[in-house]
Design a protein around this ligand. Structure first.
Ligand code: FAD
Length: 336
C-alpha cells in the first residue's frame, strides 16, 4: 500500500501511475475537494523549453503523456520571446507577436490544459485506491520510520504497515511535514497572482510569453489568463482561505506588455504559491533517513508540465522496478 499525502497534480498522477501497475494506494487531501491549492489555480501551460537538460527531457515525456491521455489538452503552441536563456530553440519557426512589436519562437506542440478538468479526471480514478478528503495528515514516527498517519481534522489514526510506503506530495504542506521528519529540503515559496480578462478581441492564437517583461497570457475560450511573473517571497502557506492579491503594478506591467489586456477588461484574479528548492529541481525519491518515506514535491512554476513523467518513474521505483528516468538528480539526499 502506498499512502500519498496531497491530491494536487503530483499526488493524483502518482496514484494513476500506481493503478496502472496494480499497486494499492490511498490519497489523503486536507481540503474538501481537489484543486484547493496550486494545481487548481495554475495557468495550465504545458511547456517543454527548459535551460536544464534534465528537466527538459522530463518535460518532453510529460507532454507526450498529456497528448495521449488528457482530454482538455490543446496544442495551442507557445510563442516565446526568450530572455538570456539558451533553450536550443533554433529549429522553432519565428512568428510575430499579436501586438506586432517583436517576434518570438513558436513551439508548436506545446499547449494548455484546463487544470480543474485534469484534476477531476484523475480523482475519479478508483482503480486500486481512493482519495480521502478533509484529511490533513501528520506523521507518527518511531526509530524505525513512520508508524502511523494521524488525521488532524477527523482524528483518525491509520497504521502504516511495515511494507507500506508514504509519499509526501503535499505542495505547500511539505515544509511542515519535513520538520516532522527532520529532512532539510530548503523549500522556498513565492506568491503569484493570475489575472483573468475578457477576451474582447476573440484571440485564438498561441500562448504568448515575453520573458523580457516576465509577462505571459494564455487563451481559454472567452477569457485570457495573464500574469506579470511576480516573484514575491512568502512563508509556506499556514492557513486556509487566503484572500487573492491584486497588484496594480502587475496589472500595469501586463498592459504595457500586451496592450489589449488593460485593467478595464479584468474579470477576476486568483493567487497561489509556488514552492521549490533553491536549485529549482523538484524532489522525487526516497528520504535518506526515514525508511519507506518518499518526497514528490517542490515543483515550483512547472509542476503541471513535468509531473507526469516523474510520477511514472516514481511509481516504478515504488513497485521495485527500474524507473524510465534516472531519479538521482531529483533525490532529496542532495540537501541532506
Ligand atoms: C500562479 C501560478 C501559475 C502557474 N502556472 C503553471 C503553468 O502554467 N504550468 C506549470 O507547469 N506549472 C504552473 N504552476 C506551477 C504548478 O501549479 C505547481 O508546480 C503544481 O500545481 C504543484 O503541484 P503539487 O501537487 O506539488 O502541489 P499542490 O497543487 O499544492 O497540491 C498539494 C496538495 O496537498 C494538500 N496538502 C498539503 N498538506 C497536506 C497534509 N498535511 N495532509 C493532506 N493534504 C495536504 C494540499 O491541500 C494540496 O491540495 C503555476 C503556479 C502558480 C502559483
Amino acid at each position: 500500500m502506498v499512502h500519498i499525502i496531497g491530491a494536487g497534480i503530483a499526488g493524483l498522477l502518482l496514484a494513476e501511475a500506481l493503478s496502472k501497475k496494480g499497486k494499492k494506494w490511498c490519497v489523503y487531501e486536507r481540503a474538501a475537494t481537489v484543486g484547493a491549492e496550486a494545481s487548481g489555480k495554475t495557468a495550465g501551460i504545458i511547456r517543454t523549453y527548459e535551460a536544464d537538460p534534465v528537466i527538459a527531457a522530463v518535460a518532453r515525456a510529460s507532454l507526450a503523456y498529456y497528448i495521449a491521455h488528457e482530454p482538455s489538452f490543446r496544442k495551442t503552441g507557445i510563442l516565446l520571446r526568450p530572455w538570456e536563456v539558451d533553450y536550443a530553440l533554433e529549429d522553432a519557426p519565428v512568428k510575430i507577436f499579436s501586438h506586432g512589436r517583436f517576434s518570438g519562437f513558436l513551439l508548436e506542440d506545446n499547449g494548455t490544459l484546463e487544470p480543474m478538468e485534469t484534476l477531476q479526471r484523475l480523482a475519479q480514478n478508483t482503480l486500486h485506491g481512493l482519495v480521502r478528503y478533509n484529511a490533513e495528515m501528520r506523521l507518527e514516527l518511531s526509530e524505525g520510520g513512520v508508524t502511523a498517519l494521524v488525521d488532524t481534522l477527523g482524528g483518525e489514526r491509520i497504521t502504516v504497515q511495515k511494507d507500506d510506503q508514504v509519499v509526501i506530495a503535499a505542495g505547500e504542506g511539505a515544509p511542515a511535514l519535513s520538520v516532522q521528519t527532520a529532512t532539510p529540503l530548503g523549500l522556498i515559496s513565492h506568491q503569484r497572482s493570475l489575472y483573468e480578462y475578457h477576451n474582447t478581441t476573440a484571440y485564438r492564437g498561441p500562448v504568448e510569453w515575453d520573458e523580457e517583461s516576465g509577462c505571459y497570457f494564455r487563451p481559454c475560450d472567452e477569457t485570457l489568463i495573464a500574469t506579470a511573473g511576480e516573484q514575491i517571497p512568502v512563508e509556506p502557506r499556514l492557513s486556509d482561505g487566503e484572500a487573492p492579491v491584486k497588484s496594480e503594478k502587475s496589472l500595469a506591467a501586463i498592459a504595457a506588455a500586451f496592450p489589449f489586456l488593460n485593467p478595464q477588461q479584468l474579470k477576476s484574479y486568483r493567487t497561489c504559491r509556488r514552492t521549490m528548492p533553491l536549485d529549482n529541481r523538484p524532489y522525487c525519491g526516497a528520504d535518506q533517513n526515514q525508511p519507506g518515506v518518499f518526497w514528490f514535491t517542490g515543483f515550483g512554476g512547472r509542476g503541471i508540465s513535468i509531473a507526469p513523467a516523474l510520477a511514472e518513474a516514481l511509481s516504478a521505483a515504488l513497485n521495485g522496478e527500474t524507473p524510465g528516468f534516472d531519479l538521482a538528480p531529483f533525490s532529496p539526499a542532495r540537501q541532506q
